[in-house]
Write a protein that binds this ligand. Structure first.
Ligand SMILES: C[S@@+](CC[C@H](N)C(=O)[O-])C[C@H]1O[C@@H](n2cnc3c(N)ncnc32)[C@H](O)[C@@H]1O
Length: 210
């Protein structure tokens, strides 16, 4: 990371964390935090492009995906939220070539960058927000995210009744069963079917309650 990006990263971190926290709890965030957060991701796009090539960045997502594949699910519609430079979306498209995979991100620059890196035929990048995804109720078989903002109620809205969610984080360990995180997802109708820590991060798979 160059010096300017390091400073932007440190300076914007409280606002980005508050934004993610507010969005997680209420489905919306403060305008100032949103502006800081999206400006940071716009200026740091090349850095996130570099991250995905860094050893270990995708490991937790890869492990969660392997576990999901082992369950035998065959999703027809997959949405990767906050895809950044797009490696997770591309991995999904290769894993299920018969599926339609959409990788969304709120940053126009990030989407442009991802399009330059990946061109799987069943993968489409789209500028869209995690807060209001452009999908009908119950129309997505699998929602995924790696290091991205999550809105349990919005995931619940778009997820099919027998759908799944895969969430992975490179630097955040698994939340406890009695945490707000797990409770919010349970309130939104999901339960954890598999989860694990790996390195500094973690992955988890949620299923809609039967
Ligand atoms: C921490 S980066 C992670 C990128 C990528 N998934 C990775 O791990 O390399 C978060 C990404 O979420 C995007 N983002 C931030 N707020 C968003 C929102 N409300 N809706 C969709 N994407 C958002 C950012 O533009 C950024 O690309």
């Amino acid at each position: 990371m160059n010096r300017a990006l390091t400073l932007a990263h440190r300076w914007s971190e409280p606002a980005r964390m508050r934004y993610a926290g507010d969005v997680f709890l209420t489905g919306k965030g403060r305008m100032r935090d949103r502006v800081i957060s999206s400006t940071y991701f716009t200026v740091s796009t090349p850095m996130w492009g570099g991250y995905i090539e860094m050893e270990g960045h995708l490991d937790t997502f890869t492990l969660g995906l392997e576990k999901l594949v082992a369950t035998g699910i065959q999703p027809r519609t997959v949405v990767d939220v906050g895809t950044g430079a797009g490696a997770s979306g591309a991995m999904l498209a290769r894993t299920w070539p018969q599926a339609r995979v959409e990788a969304i991100d709120s940053s126009r620059r990030m989407i442009r960058h991802a399009r330059m890196l990946h061109d799987e035929p069943n993968l489409r990048y789209r500028r869209a927000s995690a807060l209001a995804m452009p999908y009908d109720n119950g129309s997505v078989d699998l929602v995924t995210c790696l290091n991205a903002i999550v809105v349990p109620s919005e995931m619940q809205r778009v997820c099919a009744p027998d759908g799944h969610v895969l969430m992975a984080a490179t630097w955040v360990p698994l939340r406890a069963d009695d945490s707000d995180w797990v409770r919010r997802f349970a309130d939104a109708g999901f339960h954890r079917i598999a989860a694990d820590n790996h390195g500094n991060g973690s992955w988890e798979i949620l299923a809609r309650q039967p």
